[in-house]
Design a protein around this ligand. Structure first.
Ligand code: C2E
Ligand code: MG
Ligand code: MG
Length: 764
C-alpha cells in the first residue's frame, strides 16, 4: 500500500472516483464472485480509483491553467493598452520594463525599451535634476512621489516633440526581490498648454495698456484690469457689481447707445470712439471695442470691453484739423473749409428756399503796404482787417481767407438778393477803416464781387466762386473800392465761347469734322457745274452739327484758320478722288473772313495746292461772304487777284446781304455772285425780295459776272429764276448736301425738271 500514490486531499474527488469504480464493478458481476482474489481485487480497486482520481485532478489543473492564461492575457492587454504609461525603473535608473502606451508616448518601439535604456534618456535637459530628485527621494523614503516634467518624444532621430508628463512613483520589489520604481506616466501636454494660455491671458489682462472690463450678460461688471483703474480712476473693488454706465458722459445721445447695442446684439461686437468720464470728472476719449462672449448655443454669457485712452490723439487730431482748415495768420477758415461751408450753405438754401450770396473780396493796394511797410506791418493789417470784417457780418456767415489779400464771405439765409447789400457795404466799410499799426496809420480799401445762389442754371461751389471772382475783377476794373454784382448773361457768353473752343480744337485733332457736298447745277441744260463743300461736325454725343453751331465760336480765333485749311485740303483730296473715278467736279469752299485776311493766305493756299499736284487749281473755287469781303476791300481785292493768277476763282457769297457798293463790286474780280437764299426763299411771295433778286441779276449781268441762286427749294423757284435769267442754282429743290460717296451716283442720274427744260431762252 505504501507504494500507492498519496490519496487525494479532496474528498469530493475521492467520492467521484469511488462512484465511478462502483459503476464499473456493478456492470461486471463475475468480478464479485471470485472471492479468492479479494485482496488483489481491493488493491486493484484502490489503484483504479486512484487513477481516476488523478485524471480528474489533471483535468482540474488544466482548466485552472487555462483560466490563468486567459487572465494573464487580459492583464497584459490591459496593462499594455492602459491610458497611462507604466514602467519599472531599476535602482540604477534603467527602464527595465514598460507598457505599450509608454512606448507610444515616447515615440519608440518596444524593442528599444527592451534594451533597458536609462530612463533619464527621455527626460528633457532642464528637468534632469527634477527626475534625479524624485527618484532619489522615492528610494530613500520608500514613499510614493509625484512630479511633472518634460520628456522628449523621439521622432526618427530628430530632437523630437516635447511631451509634458506627470509621474506617480511607488517603490516595489521585482521578482528577484530587488527594489524598483513602478511609475505611472500620464500625458499632460494639453493641460499644460491650456495653463500656459490661461497664464498668458491672465498676464495680458493684468499688464495690458488697454483697459479691460468684463461684464456678465446683464452688463454687470465682473472684473476690470489695472489699466482700467489707471484710465478711469475707479479701483477694482469700486466697480465690481456696477454697470459700466457709471462712466457715461453726456457727449453721446441715446441713438448712439442704441446703435452700439444693436451692433453687439446683431454682430456680436461693436467698436468706435466714445467719450466717457472718469472718477474725478475728467472727460476722456476712448477707442472701445466690445465683444460678446457666447456659449455653444450662441447665448451671450459675458461682454468683454477693451479700450484705450485716445484723448491725446484726439487733441492732436483737432489741432491738425484746425491747421488744415484755418488760416494760420488770421485764424479765419481757409479755402478747404470754405468749400465745405459753401456746399453746406448751398444745400441749406435749396432746402429752406432762401438765397445765399458769395462775396469775393480783394484788398486794393495791399501789395504797396507790404512793399513799403514790410511784411510785418502787412500781416498786422491783414489780422486787423480780418477781425473787423468778421465782426461786420452776422453770426452764421462765413468769412474765409483764400490767401494773400483775398477773402470770401458766404452770406446765407437771405430772403432775396437785395438783403445782402447792407452786409456787403458793411464789409466794404470795415475794409476801409483806418488801421493803426505802431506808429503807422494806414487806410486801404477793398473791391468786392457778389454772386447769388441758386441760379437758373445748376451751379457748383467752384462755379460760384469763379463768378464772384469775375465780378470782383469787374469791380477792380470799374475803379476799385466798390462792389460789382455778377452778370450771368455776360458770363454765359464767355463761358460757352470758351468751352466750345476747346471742344472744337479737340474735334479737329480727332477728325470729327466731315464735308458734305451740295451740287450746283444749270437748271436749263441739266449740267452739274460743281458742288459746294459744307462743313459738318460729327459730334460723338450730339450727332451731326451744322456749321452755325460751331463756326461763330471760332470766328475770331486762330482755330478758324486751321479748320479752314483742313476744309481746303479735304476738298482738294476729294476732287482728286472723283477725278480718279472719272468725275470732274469743281468744288467751291467757303472761306471765313479771318482766314482770308491772313497775310500769307495766298502762299498757304499755294502750299495746299502743291500738296495735290494732280488737282487743277481751276477746280477749286473760293466763296467769300460779301460782308467780310467789304471789310478790307483793298486786301481782299489783292487776294482775289493773286488767286486768279494761280487759277483759283472767287465767288461772293450771300450777295445782297452786305453793304454793297457798286464801286467795290467793280474792283473785286470775282467770277460769281451767289444770291443769298433769303431773297430766293421769299421771292414767290414777297415782291420786294423779287425786286432785289431782279436787281442783283441785272447787276451781275452789267458787271459781267455769273450769278447763281442758292436756296432753290421748289420747281417754282427755279422756274421763276430761269424766267429772270438766272440759270445756275443750288438748293434743296435740286439736292441736299450729301456725303461725297453719294454724289457721283446722284450726278449721273440727275435730270432738271421738265418745266425748266421747257422754259424759253431768256435774253437779257
Ligand atoms: P452758305 O455758304 O451760304 O451755304 C449754304 C447754306 O444753305 C448751307 O447751310 C446749305 O445747307 C443751305 N442750303 C442749301 N440749299 C438750301 C435750301 O434750299 N434751303 C435752305 N433753307 N437752305 C439751303 P449750311 O451747310 O448750314 O452752311 C451754312 C453756312 O455755314 C454756309 O452758308 C457758310 O457760310 C458756312 N459754312 C459752311 N461750311 C463752311 C466751311 O467749310 N467754311 C466756312 N468758313 N464756312 C462754312
Ligand atoms: Mg457758301
Ligand atoms: Mg450762301
Amino acid at each position: 500500500m505504501n507504494t500507492l500514490p498519496t490519496p487525494l486531499a479532496s474528498p469530493v474527488l475521492r467520492q467521484q472516483a469511488e462512484a465511478q469504480w462502483q459503476a464499473i464493478t456493478q456492470k461486471s458481476p463475475e468480478v464479485e464472485t471470485n472471492l479468492a482474489q479479494i485482496d488483489i481485487q481491493s488493491l486493484l480497486h484502490e489503484l483504479q480509483v486512484h487513477q481516476i482520481e488523478l485524471e480528474l485532478q489533471n483535468e482540474e489543473l488544466r482548466r485552472a491553467r487555462d483560466a490563468l492564461d486567459a487572465s494573464r492575457t487580459r492583464y497584459v492587454d490591459l496593462y499594455d493598452l492602459a491610458p497611462v504609461g507604466y514602467c519599472s525603473v531599476s535602482e540604477s535608473g534603467l527602464l527595465v520594463q514598460a507598457n505599450l502606451t509608454l512606448a507610444t508616448l515616447l515615440g519608440v518601439t518596444r524593442s528599444t525599451l527592451a534594451r533597458q535604456p536609462p530612463f533619464s534618456n527621455f527626460v528633457m535637459q532642464p528637468d534632469q535634476d527634477s527626475w534625479y530628485m524624485l527618484r532619489t527621494q522615492a528610494f530613500r523614503t520608500g514613499q510614493p512621489q509625484t512630479g511633472e516634467m518634460r520628456m522628449r518624444q523621439s521622432s526618427g532621430g530628430g530632437i523630437g516633440t516635447v511631451v509634458w508628463v506627470q509621474l506617480s512613483v511607488t517603490v516595489a520589489q521585482d521578482d528577484a526581490r530587488r527594489r524598483v520604481l513602478r511609475i505611472a506616466i500620464s500625458d499632460i501636454t494639453e493641460r499644460k498648454q491650456a495653463e500656459a494660455k490661461l497664464k498668458l491671458a491672465a498676464s495680458v489682462f493684468a499688464c495690458a495698456r488697454e483697459g479691460i472690463i468684463i461684464t456678465d450678460a446683464k452688463a454687470t461688471i465682473l472684473d476690470v484690469n489695472l489699466a482700467f483703474t489707471r484710465i478711469t480712476g475707479y479701483s477694482h473693488d469700486e466697480v465690481i457689481g456696477q454697470n459700466p454706465r457709471i462712466l457715461k458722459s453726456d457727449r453721446q445721445n441715446v441713438a448712439f447707445y442704441d446703435a452700439m447695442w444693436y451692433g453687439l446684439t446683431a454682430q456680436g461686437h461693436w467698436s468706435g470712439e466714445i467719450w466717457n468720464h472718469g472718477k474725478n470728472g475728467r472727460v476722456y476719449a476712448e477707442l472701445l471695442t466690445i465683444s460678446a462672449v457666447r456659449d455653444a448655443l450662441g447665448i451671450t454669457q459675458q461682454y468683454v470691453g477693451l479700450f484705450s485712452d485716445i484723448t491725446a490723439i484726439k487733441d492732436h487730431q483737432n489741432q491738425l484739423e484746425h491747421i488744415a482748415h484755418f488760416d494760420a495768420l488770421t485764424n479765419l477758415p481757409n479755402r478747404v473749409l470754405l468749400a465745405d461751408r459753401l456746399q453746406q450753405a448751398m444745400a441749406q438754401a435749396l432746402r429752406r428756399g432762401t438765397q445765399l450770396a458769395v462775396v469775393y473780396l480783394d484788398l486794393d493796394g495791399f501789395k504797396a503796404v507790404n512793399d513799403n511797410q514790410g511784411h510785418g506791418v502787412g500781416d498786422r493789417v491783414l489780422i486787423t482787417l480780418a477781425r473787423r470784417m468778421k465782426e461786420s457780418l452776422r453770426e452764421g456767415d462765413t468769412l474765409a481767407r483764400l490767401g494773400g489779400d483775398e477773402f470770401v464771405a458766404v452770406l446765407s439765409d437771405l430772403e432775396n438778393s437785395a438783403d445782402c447789400l447792407p452786409l456787403v457795404m458793411r464789409l466794404q466799410a470795415a475794409a476801409a477803416q483806418l488801421i493803426q499799426v505802431g506808429e503807422v496809420c494806414l487806410q486801404i480799401s477793398a473791391s468786392l464781387g457778389v454772386t447769388f445762389y441758386p441760379q437758373e442754371r445748376d451751379m457748383d461751389a467752384d462755379q460760384l466762386l469763379r463768378q464772384a471772382d469775375q465780378a470782383m475783377y469787374q469791380a477792380k476794373l470799374a475803379g476799385k473800392n466798390r462792389y460789382h454784382v455778377f452778370d450771368s448773361a455776360q458770363d454765359s457768353h464767355l463761358r460757352i465761347h470758351h468751352e466750345s473752343l476747346a471742344h472744337i480744337s479737340r474735334a479737329l485733332v480727332h477728325g470729327e469734322f466731315v464735308l458734305y457736298y451740295q451740287p450746283k447745277v444749270n437748271m436749263r441744260t441739266g449740267k452739274v457745274i460743281g458742288a459746294e463743300a459744307l462743313i459738318r461736325w460729327q459730334h460723338p454725343y450730339k450727332g451731326l452739327l451744322a456749321p452755325a453751331a460751331f463756326l461763330p465760336v471760332i470766328e475770331d480765333h486762330a482755330l478758324a484758320v486751321a479748320l479752314g485749311e483742313w476744309v481746303i485740303d479735304t476738298a482738294l483730296t476729294q476732287i482728286g478722288r472723283w477725278h480718279v473715278a472719272g468725275l470732274d467736279m469743281p468744288i467751291s469752299v467757303n472761306i471765313g473772313a479771318r482766314q482770308l485776311q491772313q497775310g500769307d493766305f495766298v502762299d498757304r493756299l499755294k502750299a495746299l495746292l502743291a500738296a495735290h499736284p494732280l488737282v487743277s487749281p481751276a477746280s477749286l473755287e473760293l466763296e467769300v461772304l460779301e460782308t467780310s469781303a467789304l471789310q478790307d476791300m483793298a486786301q481782299v481785292s489783292q487776294v482775289i487777284e493773286d488767286c486768279a493768277q494761280i487759277g483759283v476763282m472767287f465767288a461772293l457769297d450771300d450777295f445782297g446781304t452786305g453793304y454793297s457798293s457798286l464801286t467795290y463790286l467793280k474792283q473785286l474780280h470775282v467770277t460769281l455772285l451767289k444770291i443769298d437764299q433769303s431773297f430766293v426763299c421769299n421771292m414767290l411771295d414777297d415782291p420786294d425780295d423779287l425786286a432785289i433778286l431782279q436787281g442783283v441779276i441785272s447787276l451781275a449781268a452789267a458787271f459781267k459776272r455769273q450769278v447763281i441762286a442758292e436756296g432753290v427749294e421748289t420747281v417754282a423757284h427755279g422756274t421763276l429764276l430761269l424766267q429772270m435769267g438766272c440759270e445756275l442754282a443750288q438748293g434743296y429743290g435740286i439736292a441736299r448736301p450729301m456725303l461725297p460717296d453719294l454724289l457721283p451716283e446722284w450726278a449721273a442720274h440727275w435730270q432738271p425738271d421738265d418745266a425748266w427744260r421747257r422754259m424759253p431762252w431768256f435774253v437779257t
